[in-house]
Design a binder for this molecule. Sequence first.
Ligand SMILES: [Zn+2]
Length: 409
Amino acid sequence: MAKRRKKKLKIKNFLLVIIVIILIIIILPKKKEEDVVVKKDLSTMTKDEIKAYGDENNIKVNEKYEYNLKVSKDNIISVKEENNEINIILSKGDYDDNYYREKKVNEMGKVPIMMYHGIIDTEDNQYTGGNVDKNGYKRTAKAFREDLEFYYKNGYRMIRLEDYIHGIIDVPVGYSPIILTFDDGDADNCKVTGKNSDGSLQIDPNSAVGILEEFKKKYPDFNVTATFFVMNGIFNQSQYNKDIVTFMINNGYDIGNHTISHPDFTKISKEQSVKEVGKMYKILDSYLGDKYVKIVALPFGSPYKKDHANYPAILSGTYDGYSYTTEAALRVGWEPEVSPFNKNFDPTFLKRCRAYDNNGKEFDIEMVFKNLEKNRYISDGDKDRIVIPTKEKDNLNSEYTNVRTYEEV
Ligand SMILES: [Zn+2]
């Protein structure tokens, strides 16, 4: 009896083993299939694994190398499977000197801060080039469009004055920053002709902002922006002033302080100076809260010297209970400013270039940009790192530590 039982048990065990083996055989290939699916997630694979995967599945694998600061040499920056091909971008690691030499990178170069006033929609200008008045302060709409074309085609890309002051220069590698400013709040800076049914502004396409908006569409990579320095009358369109400043802030422009009544600071008292600056800030505050820039464009570019007794009143004070601190002050200058990384950079005494024509003389646009060919700021494309030719090292503000130098020749 016992023997028969044992035999029965043995058969049972044998059958169990068989069943388990069959089950394993059924499950195992499924597992393998799953493996293949997992392997298709190329992002988890090494370069060699991707190549092997390509070979196995008859998929062409293309390799491309790019410089990259964050991904170390020979590692994968990105991998994509498209049109039955696999494109891998691999890191060349950090840029080498050749790369910077080729791009002529120099983040110790000079930056033009252009000074505009009115933009007049007329071709009937009796003065030199695109000048509308004797001193070339106002400019024709046509000339302004030509200026913008010229800047764009010569590799300049706009940055905010506010960003320049803070050492933020975000333009692609090989390109140079340019800053636009407009003084006096002329109505033709942003001429409003009415409102659309949805409440949006109808802006004269030949006013400064109309033309800037046109270039925003024409060249999306121009990074169109500008800072407008206004007085008591804002944009001298009382009906629309509030709408205009709101439109500007919402569309990438900045509003700054050009004083209440355009005085020569060297001809008024310290108290009057405080009122001219402080009251204007207070007005901007009532329009925009804290969304205006704490920058003053000095009327007539005066004082010419920073040690003038009224200069401290331009930089800080309290008017009618409103305390202000000015981050930067703009003069009327003749040449581009130094890099914000230069040890001599002084945001509270910045030179501007007059945007006017004078047959290539007296620091007109043509002369300024011709001179800039010798020393223009050229970006490395990484706003967080400063790349300069070794010979510029002594000009560097030592506060900046993320610096890379290279030999020019
Ligand atoms: Zn002015």
